[in-house]
Design a binder for this molecule. Structure first.
Ligand SMILES: Cc1cc2nc3c(=O)[nH]c(=O)nc-3n(C[C@H](O)[C@H](O)[C@H](O)COP(=O)(O)OP(=O)(O)OC[C@H]3O[C@@H](n4cnc5c(N)ncnc54)[C@H](O)[C@@H]3O)c2cc1C
Length: 216
């Protein structure tokens, strides 16, 4: 890490740490792997995440988003800049009991969401075993679920829309009510159509989930 790279990240105004202790703390997740990152950024909003992702790209650093780091396959660690979404981004808003919908920040922990929903007579269906730690951001990325998967499905079955930060720093809203990312959707659609026969073969009828969670 050069001082110029560190300066670029810090200039975004995002809380970011490059000290040895922080780098060691974020060098592991629940996997068997260990990779020491160059630093860790703690964005407070999508806008700040976008700025820090742009600054990392300009500084030639890779980025790895991270929630609670309970993932088992090493996908929450990386050698570049960790974008840590669980320190902030813990707001639960826009509860709509009629539509059975709620808006959560990427850092909201599953137990936190269920504590909020319980007095209203609801819970979030997918019951990942790490519910006291796992964030909704990590659950969405991993398409997590638990023992009640046959009844409630996986996290993807319960996501209505997402606000996402793209690798090129664009902030986009995606979901059935958002008309966004045409080029990307076309590209993914073409990929899926081209591989549909193989996917059908790998995804027998009745199979609900296959790690790592992608429906392919
Ligand atoms: C003991 C144990 C039991 C487990 N049981 C289950 C289980 O029952 N079911 C299950 O599905 N999994 C299980 N897991 C795996 C893991 O706990 C879940 O997948 C969990 O949902 C991951 O959430 P996290 O916040 O820890 O994500 P992390 O581990 O931090 O990240 C997981 C992935 O999500 C990405 N990510 C995180 N936040 C964001 C974000 N804001 N934006 C974009 N990408 C993001 C990361 O880059 C990474 O690829 C278990 C793990 C352990 C250690």
């Amino acid at each position: 890490m050069t001082s110029a790279q560190e300066r670029k990240i810090k200039q975004t105004g995002c809380d970011a740490r490059f000290d040895n202790l922080t780098r060691q703390l974020y060098a592991t997740d629940a996997s068997i792997y260990q990779i020491e990152p160059i630093g860790v950024a703690f964005p407070k909003s999508a806008q700040q995440a976008s700025l820090v992702i742009r600054a990392a790209a300009d500084a030639g650093l890779s980025v790895t988003p991270r929630g609670a780091g309970t993932s088992l396959v090493g996908n929450a660690i990386g050698e570049g800049l960790i974008i840590e979404c669980s320190r902030y981004n813990r707001q639960i808003t826009e509860l709509d009991l009629e539509k059975r919908s709620v808006r959560v920040g990427a850092g909201v922990v599953l137990d936190q969401l269920n504590d909020f929903l319980k007095p209203r007579g609801f819970c979030f269906g997918p019951d990942v075993a790490t519910s006291s730690r796992a964030t909704l951001g990590g659950m969405i990325a991993n398409n997590s679920s638990g023992a009640r998967c046959p009844i409630y499905g996986t996290t993807a079955d319960h996501v209505i829309s997402l606000e996402i930060v793209m690798a090129d720093d664009r902030i986009e809203k995606i979901g059935p009510t958002h008309d966004s990312l045409h080029a990307e959707r076309t590209r993914i659609g073409n990929l899926i159509r081209a591989a549909s026969a193989e996917m059908t073969e790998c995804w027998p009828p009745g199979l609900i989930k296959r790690w790592p969670g992608y429906g392919i």
